[in-house]
Ligand binder design. Structure first.
Ligand SMILES: [Zn+2]
Ligand SMILES: [Zn+2]
Length: 311
């Protein structure tokens, strides 16, 4: 009898899980545009440098106008927060692994998926560290496929146009990955180069790449109407007049913390703006919930306001 009740308990657990909301999305892409400042993107109401994001993509999705990096505002820590759902201090030159397993590792483990079913494609080679963790239970296991840096060398910086070619090639295949993280570096690199014109030019380039990636998703019948795209950032840049302004980032100023999130997909209401605060660690928790995937180490929250009607 005790055994029978135990079995019933298991059955009920199964039933209650099935009662969770079902989403149409089966594929998830996180596009990280590295280091633009909000004032040059959506904060500019004329949308001078992001015409595609503002005029073509925003009307098709839900936009978070108060989206934050509340951890260290550098590239590797920012991407680590997006992947593991935890803010942590971690080497920004790729000298250390994230402390916690990533959402991608949970996915590969729980679904017994191939490495190629969860992919990291990055212009910055140092982001190779996102494919592993130093957590003893997870280290060197369930690792997502990583293509970081030029020719996958895991070290140097490669041009965004080549990264985008690789991304589009992957998205147009017959077995695209269910999870993908993309990093584009041009904005950040030219900001550090103290080249205002090239910094702005690269915001325009990434704006065009974002549309190309969305169009590549729509062009593949496997992905169309089954894919949610998150377009976000790893960090911003110093507020104008604070330290050296757009040239650098890394502290807690509003320019460094205020980033953006635009979400598009079959489950996502169109043409909506949400002004409640949300943050980057919420992205992996939201994807985990949409996939009905356990993600116990993630510290973010499910962005339920996306799916409810009132703002
Ligand atoms: Zn930087
Ligand atoms: Zn700052």
């Amino acid at each position: 009898m005790g055994f029978y009740l135990l079995m019933m308990g298991v059955t009920f657990t199964g039933l209650s899980q099935e009662k969770q909301l079902q989403y149409q999305s089966e594929y998830f892409v996180i596009l990280v545009i590295d280091g633009p400042r909000y004032t040059e993107t959506y904060g500019d109401t004329a949308c001078t440098y992001i015409p595609n994001l503002c005029n073509t993509l925003m009307p098709q999705g839900t936009f978070f106008s108060n989206f934050r990096n509340n951890g260290p505002t550098f590239t590797v820590p920012g991407h680590t927060a997006l992947m593991t759902g935890v803010y942590q201090r971690i080497s920004n030159v790729g000298a250390g692994l994230p402390r916690n397993p990533s959402l991608f590792q949970y996915y590969i483990k729980e679904r017994n998926a191939l490495s190629s079913d969860a992919q990291i494609i990055a212009s910055k080679g140092k982001l190779n560290v996102l494919s592993n963790t130093k957590n003893k239970q997870w280290k060197n296991k369930y690792r997502p496929y990583a293509y970081c840096g030029p020719n996958r060398n895991g070290l140097e910086y490669g041009p965004d146009r080549e990264t985008v070619v690789k991304v589009k090639e992957t998205l147009s295949g017959s077995e695209p990955p269910h999870l993908m993280l993309v990093n584009l570096l041009g904005v950040d690199v030219n900001g550090h180069g103290n080249n205002w014109k090239k910094y702005l030019d690269n915001i325009k380039y990434t704006d065009a790449y974002a549309l190309e990636i969305w169009n590549a998703i729509q062009a593949n019948p496997r992905l169309k109407d089954k894919t949610t795209l998150f377009i976000t950032n790893d960090h911003g840049r110093h507020t104008e007049g604070h330290k050296n302004g757009f040239v650098n980032h890394g502290d807690g100023c509003d320019g460094c913390r205020h980033i953006s999130l635009l979400v598009l997909g079959p489950d996502i209401p169109k043409n909506r703006e949400i002004s409640t605060e949300a943050e980057m660690i919420d992205i992996p928790s939201t994807i985990a919930r949409m996939m009905h995937l356990g993600f116990p180490t993630g510290k973010g929250r499910f962005l339920s306001e996306i799916f409810t009607l009132k703002n």
